[in-house]
Design a protein around this ligand. Structure first.
Ligand code: ADP
Ligand code: MG
Length: 287
């Protein structure tokens, strides 16, 4: 039979906005030794402000319009920011075939021309050489036809509780914190440093994130839990692969919520340490 204190633990967590999908996850939570975080949407708001537009021949307005048209079908936080920065209605009759490549960007037919918006990996795929850019934010390169058109620099915003969330995990005795991201190395390092995260791996494709988690699983102590915290559609495979999958529930994707064992209803990363504390208290009574 299930000890009564499990119900108390799950109920108490629920009141704190932490949905635990089964009593076995309380035990796993209590033994957390490593917490691996996704960056965009998990530790950062995933809402960007466009800070800078560099272009070669197009004017700023046209460049942003092409970007908004290219991102018209995407639900990625980058796409949402670009459409917000454009701020005007989008003429969808100009948009033809749309291809979104996870961890890369979008290739879209606009006015019969191929327009690409994404990272340098996307440009390389198309045989286009992007002009190097060393801005601190996330860089979205643009190509129109086979010509490089310039780039948009957007800054991701760190969630207000993120630094405290990492500090609280360390205070709770979690041995290692890791961040995995598809974003570039400079944007990744900036966030990891600001938050005091132990290890960071950048420029990862969704499949690379699964591979990294498998590597970390093979390195950890057998009795310790490796938890992964994520929000996106791309995160569903990693959430399933980790010992414990924790998803952001409010803005997170349905796929992530479904694949997770624990859901944080208000997307607050500080709730990870809170969940561990509740689980330990409960297991202390059971064990
Ligand atoms: P994270 O791992 O930080 O959550 P993603 O895996 O979702 O990030 O995306 C990784 C990178 O892929 C982004 O930083 C961006 O360079 C590129 N990218 C993904 N989707 C888009 C898009 N719709 N438009 C432009 N770039 C994109
Ligand atoms: Mg994400």
């Amino acid at each position: 039979s299930i000890p009564l204190s499990f119900f108390a633990g799950i109920g108490g967590a629920g009141k704190a906005g932490i949905l635990i999908k089964g009593s076995n996850y309380l035990e796993a939570l209590a033994d957390t030794g490593t917490v691996v975080f996704d960056k965009t949407g998990t530790l950062t708001m995933g809402v960007f402000d466009v800070v800078d537009i560099h272009h070669s021949e197009l004017d700023r307005e046209t460049m942003l319009e092409y970007a908004a048209l290219a991102e018209s079908a995407s639900s990625h936080p980058i796409a949402v920011s670009i459409r917000k920065a454009w701020g005007k209605p989008i003429d969808l009759s100009r948009v033809g075939k749309v291809e979104e490549i996870g961890g890369n960007g979008v290739i879209v037919e606009i006015d019969g021309k191929q327009v690409a918006a994404g990272n340098s990996r996307l440009m390389n795929r198309l045989g286009i050489i992007p002009i190097e850019c060393h801005s601190a934010g996330t860089i979205v390169h643009m190509a129109i036809g086979h010509e490089y058109a310039g780039h948009i620099v957007i800054s991701d915003v760190i969630k207000p509780d993120a630094a405290e969330a990492i500090a609280a995990l360390k205070a709770a005795g979690v041995r290692s914190t890791v961040m995995l991201t598809g974003d570039g190395p400079s944007a990744a390092a900036q966030v990891a440093e600001a938050l005091g995260i132990d290890r960071v791996h950048s420029e990862l494709l969704p499949a690379d994130k699964v591979e990294k988690v498998e590597e970390l699983l093979s390195q950890k102590k057998p009795k310790e839990t490796l938890a992964f915290v994520g929000d996106g559609i791309n995160d569903a495979p990693v959430l399933s692969r980790a010992d414990l999958g924790i998803a952001m529930g409010a803005m997170g994707s349905d796929a992530a919520i479904e694949a997770a064992d624990v859901v944080l209803m208000d997307d607050d990363p500080l709730k990870v340490s809170k969940a561990i504390r509740i689980a330990r208290k409960c297991m202390g009574i059971v064990r």
